[in-house]
Design a protein around this ligand. Structure first.
Ligand code: PMT
Length: 420
């Protein structure tokens, strides 16, 4: 089931120009499958109309404390009680001040006071207002109260100034909301994840590569971030926006990927060592033995051409060989590979697990419809050292990644308990 299906989000709007972006946030929340109730302050309705909010949220707009729609007349209590999450966007300086004071003089502030669940706030205001000591005090108070902030961001403001004060983009707010609601099963863990293809150059204009789009690895990185992990994402050339919060390491060839992965795996100065690696990249097994400095020319005669290839280092096998190293906290590290197969997937995947020495391998038959390269879905069988762990049906890659992350979290916890 989709993460947002059945989730109920109350979106409170303050009176700021950022409210126009909140319309897009409401649209995205609904598109994702959530139910949305819009609760604008009176000031917000100076910027966007109730009708627009109603049309986008698909529900009556709740705007007045003393004109309740609920049969018992207690809209503020019921809205808070039924919400999985309250998002306040834009949160103006005035709204933050009223929230920090615990005021309840309109429907939005009253329901915020009655809300026991998570609250996410996206501030938006002029940079001077954001920097003002009064706003700083209010933000600190709200953070101490457990309220989560996203933004503001830096950039050009509607007032003509440049600086910190723009409301975070709607996609970022939605992603932060999702992370707020996802159990943090990887909190305090750090993972290196590989994604996408590698490119092995023949000459300055040509290369050998494969059809990997990077989607599978991206979803694994997102699932890990949502579960609270720090993520180092080492990736070949892909056309995907970086997952919010991941440290990005773009590379070209397999050897560049190896260097980047080892840099993270062995030691990043000042950073904790990784707890695990999930290698979903489609790494070229071979590269041209001799990369030409100039473009290879046709000989003129219509002759066939042969390429000499040499083997690339096996990143997965190398990491597995180093998995005996422990993290600073003394945990056993976990190494997970993927196996892209086109026949006898299970048998070949099992052989790969043993040959490369990893802890888990996610086997996908990339010749099956809807699976593997470029697809939005995948069907994976997860094998561990002690045999088959789980076999999943064809699922969106997002859900495959979530299941994989749950398995990795379980393995990390077990590794910790047994050997830590
Ligand atoms: O990117 P998408 O379009 O979403 O497609 C997803 C995927 C099909 C690429 C992904 O699901 C997948 O199967 N990734 C592994 C691809 C692959 O190279 O499989 P393999 O069976 O050749 O390699 C086995 C494992 O060894 C992989 O973890 C691979 O990253 C690793 N490897 C391979 C060669 C090498 N020189 N070094 C490695 O580390």
């Amino acid at each position: 089931m989709n993460f947002w299906t059945g989730k109920r989000i109350v979106i409170g709007l303050g009176g700021g120009i950022g409210a126009y972006k909140t319309l897009e946030l409401i649209r995205l929340c609904r598109l994702a499958g959530a139910t949305v109730v819009a609760v604008p302050t009176a000031a917000a309705l100076e910027f966007v109309t109730g009708l627009t909010l109603q049309a986008l949220s698909g529900a009556p707009v709740r705007e007045r404390l003393f004109a309740p729609l609920e049969p018992d007349g207690m809209d503020h209590i019921r809205l808070a009680r039924e919400a999985d999450l309250v998002i306040v966007a834009p949160a103006t300086a005035d709204l933050l001040a009223r929230m920090a004071q615990g005021m309840a003089d309109d429907l939005l502030t009253a329901l915020l006071l009655a809300q026991r669940g998570p609250v996410l706030v996206a501030p938006a205001m002029n940079p001077a207002m954001w920097e003002h000591p009064a706003t700083r005090r209010n933000v600190t108070t709200l953070q101490e109260d457990g309220i989560r902030f996203i933004g503001p961001q830096s950039g050009a403001m509607a007032c003509g100034e440049e600086g910190l004060g723009r409301m975070a983009e709607p996609v970022m707010i939605l992603e932060t909301a999702r992370r707020l609601l996802t159990p943090a099963i990887l909190a305090g863990r750090r993972l290196v994840i590989t994604a996408g293809p590698t490119r092995e150059e023949l000459d300055p204009v040509r290369f050998i590569s494969n059809h990997s789009s990077g989607k599978m690895g991206w979803e694994v990185a997102l699932a890990a971030l949502r579960a609270g992990a720090e993520v180092d994402l080492v990736h070949g050339p892909v056309a995907l926006a970086p997952p919010m919060g991941a440290r990005m390491f773009p590379v070209g060839s397999a050897r560049e990927m190896l260097d980047a992965v080892l840099g993270v795996w062995l030691k990043t100065p000042g950073e904790p060592l990784c707890d695990g690696a999930i290698l979903s990249a489609a790494v070229s097994d071979y590269r041209p033995a001799d990369r030409k400095r100039e473009k290879i020319k046709k000989s003129g005669a219509s002759e066939d051409m042969s390429l000499e290839l040499t083997e690339n280092p096996d990143i997965l096998a190398m990491l597995s060989a180093w998995s005996g190293l422990r993290t600073r906290e003394g945990r056993q590290r976990v190494v997970v590979g993927f196996a892209a197969e086109t026949e006898q997937a299970l048998a070949h995947g099992q052989q790969k697990l043993l040959r490369k020495g990893c802890d888990l391998i996610a086997i996908n038959d990339v010749s099956a419809p809807g699976c593997g390269f470029g697809a939005e879905t995948n069907a994976v069988t997860l094998i561990g050292r002690e045999g088959p762990e789980e076999s999943w049906p064809l699922l969106p890659k997002e859900q495959v990644a979530e299941r994989l992350i749950r398995a990795v979290a379980g393995l990390l916890d077990r590794a910790c308990a047994w050997r830590g």
